[in-house]
Write a protein that binds this ligand. Structure first.
Ligand SMILES: [Zn+2]
Length: 310
């Protein structure tokens, strides 16, 4: 998109905006670098397409073509710190940015499809066409959600359209990330009837631990509320594991502490990469059955980083 994503102003020249604040990324980094999971695009044609882990500098991680520099600084300044107050306005900023990141990602994919001549013209759509149509629909849905956020942020509507719930986990989790997705399964493995209602989860380093922010659309809160209710019902020791799975299976916007990553056994790291690839390969936001198994020991007991990283 060539416009700044803050549509209330008509500005151009979006910069590379962080969808995760740089100070959050620094808190899960070693010497300014974190682990990211991404497609091996640079090896295209030389090795099979897959997700690989890479060490990258925090100034490059989670960057997307989002806001102009004025709005990027002005809008998100209140949450660009590790001790911001968890008010509903600030939580709204964190999840709004996740929605904007999702809009930009879907838009980029949809535009690529639109440049493919056959898409949308065929009388019997191919599988590729179906994916293209689905992506475009999702992009439009997310734009509508983004506008709801902005209407509230601009005080055009009195009631917050999105309800925010929090959890605080201590000590700090070895990752931060955000995901906006259609919830299909609860943390306890209950399958949900998918109703095209998006929810967001943001996990960020906060004070001496990690803050988890859930955003639920008030218009149709059933699935989102169930996810949060079940999340609250599971033992504390499973919570990091579940959040990590939502991040890698329903999205790709995550930064992982290198120290923690390299301490994992190779088999565990490969399992994480496979779970993450499933999301890309199937173009689905639905977690797989793998999600229902606690096959990967990602429990926070041993694998946490202390608050000193702040
Ligand atoms: Zn702007």
């Amino acid at each position: 998109m060539d416009r700044c994503l803050w549509w209330h102003a008509d500005c151009e020249n979006p910069i590379g905006s962080h969808s995760l604040s740089e100070c959050w990324l620094r808190a899960v980094s070693d010497e300014g670098k974190s682990i990211v999971l991404r497609l091996n695009a640079s090896k295209a044609g030389k090795e099979p397409v897959k997700i690989v882990s890479e060490l990258d500098g925090v100034s490059r991680i989670s960057v997307f073509k989002g806001f102009c520099s004025t709005h990027d600084n002005k809008i998100f300044n209140p949450i660009d710190r590790l001790d911001f107050e968890a008010t509903k306005e600030n939580c709204c900023l964190a999840t709004y940015r996740s929605v904007c990141h999702a809009v930009a990602s879907k838009y980029a994919v949809a535009s690529t499809y639109l440049q493919t001549p056959n898409v949308l013209k065929s009388e019997s759509p191919s599988e590729l066409d179906k994916v293209a149509i689905k992506t475009m629909r999702e992009c439009i849905d997310l734009m509508a959600l983004k506008q709801q956020y902005e209407a509230w942020m601009n005080r055009e509507i009195a009631t917050e359209p999105i309800e925010h719930k929090f959890a605080f986990i201590e000590p700090r989790l070895p990752f931060c990330g955000s995901v906006t997705f259609l919830p299909c399964v609860t943390p306890t493995g209950r399958m949900l009837d998918v109703d095209q209602t998006w929810m967001s989860i943001v996990v960020l380093p906060w004070k001496s631990g990690s803050l988890v922010i859930f955003a639920i659309d008030r218009k149709s809160p059933k699935n989102g509320s169930l996810v949060v209710k079940m999340f609250n019902s599971i033992p504390q020791v499973w919570k990091a594991d579940i959040l990590f799975k939502y991040m890698i299976e329903c999205g790709e916007n995550i930064a992982i502490a290198p120290k923690w990553w390299f301490e994992l056994r190779e088999g565990v790291r490969n399992d994480i990469l496979n779970r993450s690839f499933r999301n890309v390969r199937t173009s689905s936001t639905a977690p797989s059955n793998l999600f229902l198994q606690r096959g990967v020991p990602l429990t926070p007991c041993r694998h946490t980083i202390q608050g000193s990283a702040a």
